[in-house]
Design a binder for this molecule. Structure first.
Ligand code: ADP
Ligand code: ASP
Ligand code: MG
Length: 457
């Protein structure tokens, strides 16, 4: 059994869904379970409508909803068999009617809770998964739809829910594995899930990759395939570095680090369930299915290049905390991290000296409260519009002179913070966001002008 996950661009149109069907058809003997994202940019559009509705622009929200409905009908209707057209029409009618009611409700309430965000954003995958199942059947695949909101059981941390693994794995192995073994192709929505009492939750933006990994672990798949719009994990985001090259192979630890530090090609949590069950993950291009893609494996492979890839995270805020009162006193770091913890704000990178600490965060929702508390024992300054650049590679720690190469390459750029250690796979730098494109280009030239053919394609 394999799990095949197709991202938003891979199901963005009738033509794209036909390509997906032919990719799946060519792999039927491997008993695929299919996980799909919302079509194209649907999730962003749903969230924009919700914001419009609560901020008093209800008409605009409903206008956008009609456009989204027209888009789904235009792309999906040609894919549905005439015998199933009535079912398709009911599906569209019911889902968009409910969405209209939800948006009107939000407009009255004027408040967007995390629970409502999940309710609204779930419609993208609810629609796409049913549409893809209908399209598969019309194209001769024996497909079956399954509702991820019942199968992926989570806690109630809306917009960032965590799976309850025992319940989820029990349902997946009872309800997904048997039909897959019997030759049916089960199609599920990624990203969406449900609490034990049946309230819709989601796994966080980009969470369909995570769904694929959970399903893979739950059905003990032999492989998880993440089908996207690029040739695999690359030496940098090809959208910002056109010279970026694909990697043939990368380790789980390196892939996790890259995902966490901004390589959007994979959701950060994805690899965890796969690592635990030692299931290989492949990243493949649905527009070029013949390309070999990237294989994510448990052990790093020897490689002449110390750096495997460069990731970046934009819109980072640096919080500088300084306290002369804490000179020679203990407990300074504990007090600082307790504050971030109390306001559920993850810290990505830190740099410390005896009496000052700089910490980077990307979620500034609770920053005002954090600042007020920190100011009870220190002076605080905040810098916004920063970016983190992470050089990732299992050999970084064994290679002398990396720091010298980084700083030589970045001569024209002001480096504001650095950190190496932690995972040992990663050397991270903070720069002004305005310097990011130049900095990434310079580092890419420095570390990838020669490539080890065993690792890079
Ligand atoms: P999907 O909709 O298939 O989940 P995403 O947009 O989430 O696709 O992820 C694919 C995108 O990730 C690519 O189009 C690319 O711009 C971006 N990306 C960022 N860093 C990397 C990288 N190191 N390698 C490949 N793609 C990357
Ligand atoms: N549709 C969701 C998102 O855009 C999940 C995903 O595509 O992975 O975040
Ligand atoms: Mg994605």
């Amino acid at each position: 059994m394999i799990v095949m996950k197709f991202g938003g661009t891979s199901v963005e149109s009738a033509a794209a869904i036909r390509r997906v069907a032919s990719i799946v058809k060519a792999r039927l003997e491997r008993q695929p379970v299919v996980v799909v994202s919302a079509m194209g940019k649907t999730t962003n559009k749903l969230l924009a409508m919700a914001t419009d509705a609560v901020e008093g622009r209800k008409e605009q929200a409903l206008e956008q909803l009609r456009a989204l409905r027209d888009f789904h009908i235009a792309e999906a209707a040609p894919l549905v068999a005439s015998s199933e057209t009535p079912e398709f029409e009911v599906l569209i009618h019911e889902h968009f009617q409910e969405l209209g009611e939800l948006l009107s409700g939000l407009a009255v309430l004027g408040e967007l809770t995390p629970r409502s965000v999940d309710a609204i954003s779930s419609y993208g995958e609810r629609l796409s998964s049913r549409i893809v199942a209908l399209a598969f059947r019309a194209l001769g695949i024996d497909a079956l739809h399954a509702d991820s909101r019942r199968l992926i059981v989570t806690d109630k941390r809306h917009t960032q829910a965590a799976p309850l693994y025992p319940q989820t794995y029990a349902r997946l192995s009872a309800e997904i594995a048997p039909p897959a073994r019997a030759g049916k192709v089960v199609v599920m929505g990624g990203f969406i899930s449900g609490s034990e009492d049946g309230v819709t939750t989601t796994l966080g933006r980009g969470g369909s990759d995570f769904t694929a990994a959970i399903v893979g672990a739950g059905v003990s798949a032999e492989e998880i395939q993440i089908w996207t719009d690029v040739d695999g994990m690359m030496t940098a985001d090809p959208n910002s570095v056109p010279e970026a090259r694909p990697l043939k192979v990368i380790s789980f630890a390196e892939a996790a680090e890259l995902a966490y530090f901004g390589a959007k090609v994979l959701h950060p949590a994805t690899v965890l369930p796969a690592v635990e069950k030692n299931i290989p993950v492949l990243i493949l291009n649905s527009r070029r299915p013949e390309a070999p893609g990237t294989r994510i494996i448990s052990e790093a492979q020897p490689c002449k290049n110390p750096v495997k890839s460069i990731a970046c995270k934009r819109r980072i805020t640096v919080v500088n905390i300084h306290s002369t009162r804490m000179l020679m006193a203990h407990g300074f770091l504990r007090r600082i991290f307790e504050v971030f913890d109390r306001y559920e704000t993850p810290v990505d990178m830190i740099a410390t000296s005896e009496v000052s600490v700089s910490a980077t965060i990307d979620n500034t929702r609770r920053l005002a409260e954090i600042r007020t508390e920190l100011e009870q024992f220190s002076s605080v300054s905040v810098e916004s519009d920063r970016a983190i650049i992470s050089l990732v590679g299992g050999n970084i720690r064994y290679t002398a002179g990396i720091g010298a190469r980084v700083f030589a390459a970045l001569r024209p750029v002001n480096v504001l913070m650095i950190s190496q250690g932690g995972s040992q796979w990663n050397l991270s730098l903070v720069v002004d966001e305005a310097d990011l494109p130049q900095a990434v280009r310079l580092l890419h030239e420095e570390f990838f002008h020669e490539l080890d053919p065993a690792v890079f394609a």
